[in-house]
Ligand binder design. Structure first.
Ligand code: B1M
Length: 209
C-alpha cells in the first residue's frame, strides 16, 4: 500500500532517491498522480517552507528538498501530461525577473500540457524582453507569469506594460504564493489562478478569448 506520508518525510529529509523510489511505487500501485503530488510532494515542501520561515532550516536544506521534489516530479511528469491530443493553444510560461523559484512554475507548465496546451518554458528570471521574444517566436496566446517573492511581484505589471507597448495580441495571467486575485486586478492581468489545477482552467479560458 502506497505511503504518501513517507514520500513527504523523505522529501523533508532531502532524500531524493527515496522520494523517486516511493513516487514510482505509488504510481505502480495505481495511486493518482494528483494525490501523490498534493499529499506527498507538496505536503513535504509545505513543511520545509514553514521550517524555512521559522529559521529552523536554511537555504542548503531547502535546495536539497527542492532537488528531491524535482526527482519526484520527473516521475509524475508523463502522468500529469498524459493526453497526446492536438494542442488547443500556446502558452509561454516563466518565473519573473529576479526570481529563481521554479517548482511551482514547472508544475503549472506540466498541468497546462496535461490540459492540452502547448507550453513554451522561458525559464526563471524572465524579464519583459524575453517574454516578448518568446511570444513572437511561438505565436502564443497567453503569457503565464509566476512569482514567489513579494519583491519580484512588481515585475508583473512591468511585463504587462511592455507587452501592451509591443502591440502583442496576447492575454496575461499571474500566479505564485504571494499573488492574489486583487493584485491581478490591480495590475490589469487578464487572469489569476491560486494553484496549478485552476491555472489550467484559467489558461484554457484565456486561449479561447
Ligand atoms: Co525561497 N522563499 N527564497 N527558495 N522558498 C519562499 C518563497 C518563502 C515564502 C520562504 C519563507 O520565508 N517562508 C520566501 C518568500 C518571502 C516573500 O517574499 N513573501 C522565500 C525567500 C525569502 C527566498 C530567498 C530570498 C532566501 C534567501 O536567499 N535569503 C531566496 C530568493 C532567491 C531568488 O529567487 N532570487 C530563496 C531561495 C530559495 C531556494 C533557491 C533555496 C529554493 C528554490 C528552489 C527552486 O525553485 N528550484 C526555495 C524554496 C524551495 C522555497 C519554498 C520553501 C518552497 C517553494 C516551492 O517550491 N513550493 C518557499 C516557501 C513556501 O512556498 N512554502 C520559499 C512548492 C510549489 C509547488 O508551490 O511555488 O507556491 P508554489 O506554486 C504553487 C502556487 O503558488 C501556484 O501553483 C503551484 C502549485 O499549486 N503557482 C501558480 C505558482 N506559479 C503560478 C503561476 C500561475 C498560476 C499558479 O499562473 C501563471
Amino acid at each position: 500500500m502506497a505511503d504518501l506520508q513517507a514520500i513527504a518525510d523523505a522529501l523533508i529529509k532531502g532524500d531524493r532517491n527515496t522520494v523517486v523510489e516511493l513516487t514510482q511505487k505509488a504510481i505502480d500501485e495505481g495511486v493518482g498522480p494528483a494525490d501523490i503530488l498534493e499529499k506527498g510532494l507538496i505536503g513535504g515542501m509545505n513543511v520545509i517552507g514553514a521550517r524555512f520561515k521559522n529559521n529552523e532550516v536554511y537555504v542548503p536544506e531547502v535546495l536539497i528538498a527542492a532537488r528531491a521534489m524535482h526527482g519526484g516530479m520527473d516521475i509524475l511528469e508523463p502522468h500529469l501530461k498524459a493526453g497526446g491530443i492536438e494542442p488547443i493553444g500556446v502558452v509561454v510560461i516563466g518565473t519573473v525577473k529576479g526570481d529563481l523559484h521554479d517548482i511551482g512554475k514547472n508544475l503549472v507548465g506540466m498541468m497546462l500540457q496535461g490540459g492540452g496546451l502547448e507550453v513554451i518554458d522561458a525559464g526563471t528570471d524572465v524579464g519583459p524582453d524575453k517574454f516578448i521574444e518568446a511570444v513572437k517566436n511561438s505565436n502564443a496566446r497567453v503569457i503565464a507569469m509566476s512569482a514567489l517573492l513579494t519583491t519580484t511581484m512588481p515585475q508583473m505589471p512591468e511585463i504587462i506594460k511592455a507587452v501592451k507597448e509591443a502591440g502583442l495580441d496576447v492575454m496575461t495571467m499571474v500566479g505564485g504564493a504571494p499573488v492574489t486575485q486583487s493584485y491581478a486586478d490591480e495590475i490589469g492581468a487578464d487572469g489569476y489562478a491560486p494553484d496549478a489545477a485552476s491555472a489550467v482552467d484559467k489558461a484554457l479560458e484565456l486561449v479561447k478569448t
